[in-house]
Design a protein around this ligand. Structure first.
Ligand code: HAM
Length: 423
């Protein structure tokens, strides 16, 4: 037999059982983004390698170890996008979207990082990214955090996630803080693991992000960014906290939250969950006021986040949140196939929001009922020869396991309207 091929390690096929969750999450996301007046932007999966090196930072895990980089046929170095922010800024600049303008943008699609695959961490994964440009006030940081919170709650995940925020201060405050950290960790070098020793000079803030439990104590006692803030950075952060409190958004301040990409300044935040093991960050972002200038534009305030859809879906599966179940499962004996087909069409026309699955083929009623329960449908419509007068059908509420009811065909639309309104 010929060799069977397999998907590339860390890259997933999405089978029909799962795609319903994805479609649901994608459609709710679009609705929520529209309600906040964000508009979609699309840009290529491949960009020049230098864009990511410059944008994300040379001394980051993503650029150092994780990019899928290759020469194209002309010898130019190209990279599969490991994230969307750099490409979004590149596209917005290239098409003049950032000339003294306010922009609220979103994008969605696959990203690529050569990481060690495990649950919730893949080499091809999907991000929904949201970016706002041209607004320096922390009100937009708050709006963007609230938007992420709204999205998570509309997906039924509000109880599964919590919000952590921190500030990295202005570029100058961060430089001062960096010196303090180098000083502090240099005196405790023996307590650092190999990775952190390597980062000591190049990127000492990332040491704070280490997940190594042996370094917990030395990290907990390290100087805090909060104590090095200049007045403007402090005001920005205090205002953000006030805005979030005014909007009843719960949060905790996590002073060791630094994020893994170099472009951040001031606000950083993550929505995290305990339900996914080590890969608990479902949504993360912050302010990146220096990036537009770094990539060739005029200084432009910017803030955004990206949600990891793969992790959101794992979370939705764990709480069984998905609205793709049919509302009605139609059980038919073979003699009633045509009537069932036609009745389902009539109901779809009269009640466009009602999702109907019909069971075709000669299965016993017992196994059709099993399928109906398994489908998650709220109601079954049963068409069987001996009971059915052609002017009525039998309806059963599967979720409340109520008695079957005879409903006249003339009244069926009204029956579903009333029942759906009551449920
Ligand atoms: P990030 O923290 O690198 O930020 O990724 C954002 C989210 O993408 C993570 O919180 C996680 O949910 C998901 N994610 C990242 N890597 C993987 C992976 N290997 N497998 C599955 N999911 C993953 C960014 O990418 C920034 N561009 C976010 C941003 C936008 N900041 C400002 N604007």
């Amino acid at each position: 037999m010929a060799k069977q091929f397999q998907a590339v390690r860390g890259m997933n096929d999405l089978l029909p059982d799962k795609t319903s969750y994805w479609q649901y999450a994608e459609s709710i996301s679009r609705q929520v983004l529209g309600r906040y007046s964000y508009r979609e932007i699309r840009f290529p999966l491949i960009e020049s390698t230098d864009l990511f090196k410059r944008g994300i930072g040379d001394v980051t895990d993503v650029v150092e170890k994780e990019m899928y980089t290759f020469p194209d046929r002309n010898g130019d170095s190209l990279t599969l996008r490991p994230e969307g922010t750099a490409g979004c800024v590149r596209a917005a600049l290239e098409h003049g979207l950032l000339h003294n303008q306010v922009q609220r943008l979103w994008y969605y699609g696959p990203m690529y990082r050569h990481e060690r695959p495990q649950k919730g961490r893949y080499r091809e994964f999907y991000q929904l990214g949201v970016e706002a440009y041209g607004m320096a006030d922390s009100a937009i940081d708050a709006e963007i955090i609230l938007l992420a919170g709204r999205l998570l709650s509309e997906l039924g995940l509000a109880d599964q996630v919590s919000l952590q925020i921190n500030t990295l201060g202005s570029a100058q405050a961060r430089l001062n803080y960096r010196e303090q950290l180098i000083n502090y960790f240099s005196k405790r070098k023996e307590a650092l693991d190999e990775d952190s020793q390597r980062r000591l000079q190049s990127n000492p803030l990332r040491i704070l992000d280490s997940k190594n439990p042996d370094m917990r104590a030395v990290i907990d006692e390290a100087p805090k960014m909060m104590d090095c803030l200049d007045d403007a950075s402090k005001r920005h952060f205090d205002l953000l906290c006030q805005y979030l409190e005014a909007a009843n958004q719960k949060f905790t301040i996590n002073t060791t939250l630094v994020r893994g990409l170099d472009y951040y300044c001031l606000t950083v935040f993550e929505w995290v969950t305990d339900a996914l093991g080590a890969q608990g960050t479902v949504c993360a972002g912050g302010r990146y006021d220096g990036l537009v200038e770094l990539l060739g534009g005029k200084p432009t305030p910017a803030v955004g986040f990206a949600c990891g859809l793969d992790r959101l879906i794992l979370l939705m599966e764990s709480v069984k949140k998905c609205q793709q179940e049919p509302d009605v499962f139609m059980i038919l004996d073979a003699d009633n196939t045509k009537r069932g087909l036609v009745l389902a069409e009539q109901l779809r026309v009269a009640l466009p929001s009602l999702k109907i699955e019909t069971n075709f083929g000669a299965a016993s009623f017992k196994s059709q009922f099993k399928r109906a329960y398994k489908s998650g449908a709220r109601w079954a419509i049963i068409l069987e020869n001996d009971k059915m007068t052609h002017s009525a059908v039998t309806v059963k509420d599967l979720q409340n396991d109520s008695e079957q009811e005879q409903v006249s065909i003339d009244k069926l639309v009204e029956w579903f309207q009333v029942s759906a309104a009551l449920s």
